[in-house]
Design a protein around this ligand. Structure first.
Ligand code: AMP
Length: 305
């Protein structure tokens, strides 16, 4: 089944303590779409400016990403720049230039309206809701968000939450949203705000998943020796998770979400191995399967007979 993804498509400038690269393909929808494309066909919704490289659009087409919902506007593509400190975990935003995003109104092409799985990747919650308004009874809706919206668009975010099946956010965002120090309390509080399921990412420490009643799952992150650029790991996690669900599951159960979370973690672990989407572009299904198996082995603690 197809997965509809809306989010940002960007040109990023990223600085780590050892390297800096400008005008790289980035944006929440770009990472999410490429990750998801390893599991299911993708219908992409977003906007690019007249400076956006045609080669990137051609690449997406080669990955079976439907671009009918990507608008080409006069002006510059959305640009974002960030700088990481030595732990490669703390990040400061250096600049955000909305450009064509400023007037962006996502419009679903007729052919997208009936899509069973929807991923609202990180963009303003009002735009995420606007996409849902146009979708015809999707079966499962995943949403991602960020601290900026918790701080500046809380009303819009609160209005979106009851419409979402699974909300994905990171630990600091969950704490900020709920004013809870405990992530367990934070996860349960967020569920009361609307989403049936909540996934809280903890960066290199893995992720937590909250379901109904006592349904709970915790997984680690894949241990990597070399991280080059953490940008987009969260979007890739969301894309991997939603892509796996859309590609393999009819009715989503908690057990499917547990597995989807491992696939999200696997894809995110590849993402950070290179700048931009470079590692994700050249992935093979065998590499994904082999890291998934490693994850299984790593999590096994009972003595096997
Ligand atoms: P992550 O590292 O998962 O937080 O995602 C990084 C990506 O988010 C970058 O490629 C940026 O282009 C994109 N991004 C940064 N700020 C925003 C924003 N305000 N709205 C949408 N996307 C953004």
């Amino acid at each position: 089944m197809s997965l509809l993804i809306v989010g940002s498509i960007a040109l990023d400038t990223v600085k780590t303590p050892v390297e800096e690269h400008a005008d790289l393909l980035g944006g929440s929808a770009s990472y999410a779409a490429l990750a998801a494309s390893y599991f299911s066909p993708v219908r992409l919704v977003g906007v690019v400016g007249s400076d956006f490289p045609q080669a990137e659009l051609d690449f997406w087409k080669s990955r079976k990403v439907d671009l009918e919902g990507v608008q080409r506007a006069d002006g510059k593509t959305f640009r974002w720049s960030g700088e990481y400190s030595w732990d490669l975990n703390t990040r400061a935003t250096r600049s955000t230039d909305l450009n064509v995003f400023e007037t962006f109104q996502p419009t679903l092409p007729e052919s997208y309206r009936q899509t069973d799985f929807v991923l609202l990747a990180n963009i303003a919650p009002a735009l995420q809701s606007h996409v849902l308004d146009q979708a015809e009874r999707p079966r499962f809706i995943v949403a991602d968000t960020m601290n900026l919206w918790i701080e500046t668009a809380r009303k819009d975010l609160d209005a979106l939450l009851p419409r979402v099946d699974l909300l994905i956010l990171n630990d600091s965002e969950a704490r900020e949203m709920t004013e809870e120090t405990s992530l367990i309390k934070a996860g349960r509080r967020i569920q009361k705000m609307g989403p049936r399921y909540v996934a809280i990412k903890k960066g290199e420490h893995g992720a937590l998943l909250f379901g109904e009643k006592d349904e709970f799952f915790s997984c680690g992150a894949y241990p990597l020796e070399d991280i080059h650029d953490p940008t987009g790991a969260g979007d890739t996690f969301a894309g991997g998770m939603a892509g796996f669900l859309a590609g393999t599951v009819k009715t989503v159960r908690f057990a499917d979400l547990r597995k989807a979370m491992i696939y999200g973690s696997v894809l995110a672990s590849f993402c950070v191995e290179a700048f931009s989407l470079e590692r994700l572009r050249h992935l093979t299904n065998e590499e994904i399967a082999s890291r998934y198996e490693m994850f299984k082995l790593m999590s096994q603690f009972e003595v096997l007979a």
